[in-house]
Design a protein around this ligand. Structure first.
Ligand SMILES: [Zn+2]
Length: 190
């Protein structure tokens, strides 16, 4: 999947949680940082490729990408697995603790938003031809549907013409059906 689709998928997963779970009122600062963490989480698994969107969006990112990507074993290895979820989840909570003096936000909410984005990435990639090595270091790539030729090609027509608009529609549907919950959440925010 492309970075654009991953951004939208991460946001959709966050919207789903927001619309369907009872979320305690949070500060505007926490909401903004959580939304950013969600989008970063949605792109993080692809830091194993030097051309990843996350690297392109960071200053000097391409240099870091070239250095770091080979350490993660190449594209769709460690960062695209359950083990990767645990390691990157731990790493992100470590970063949050380091920033806790300057970043006064609800760390649990921000961490949750990051993880929702991260996991949404792996779920979306499971529908692509390459599949996802969920059980890394076992080198088997899982995919839905199991037959590879039925899966989606990254950046292909199906992704652009069907998956992306479908995700947009899911958001419209979620915000429409659950507008009471969402408006109440936003009211507490302002
Ligand atoms: Zn990926």
């Amino acid at each position: 999947m492309t970075g654009r689709t991953h951004d939208l998928a991460a946001f959709t997963a966050l919207s789903y949680i927001l619309a369907t779970q009872l979320i305690q009122p949070i500060s505007l600062g926490t909401a903004i940082v959580a939304l950013s963490a969600n989008l970063v989480g949605g792109l993080t698994p692809d830091i194993d490729q030097p051309t990843a969107d996350l690297w392109r969006r960071l200053p000097a990112g391409s240099i870091f990408g070239k250095l770091l990507a080979p350490m993660l074993g190449g594209h769709r290895f460690l960062s695209h697995s359950i083990l990767g979820i645990v390691i990157f989840g731990w790493g992100f909570s470590f970063l949050l603790k380091l920033a806790s003096h300057t970043l006064v936000v609800d760390q649990q909410i921000v961490w949750n938003a990051f993880m929702i984005g991260y996991i949404s990435h792996l779920i979306m990639d499971t529908f692509t031809r390459e599949g996802v090595p969920w059980l890394f270091p076992i080198p088997f790539h899982f995919g839905i549907p199991p037959l590879k030729f039925l899966r989606i090609k990254t950046g292909g027509l199906i992704e652009k013409a069907i998956i992306f608009p479908a995700l947009l529609l899911v958001n419209v549907y979620l915000y429409y059906i659950h507008h009471h919950t969402i408006l109440l959440f936003l009211k507490h925010l302002i």
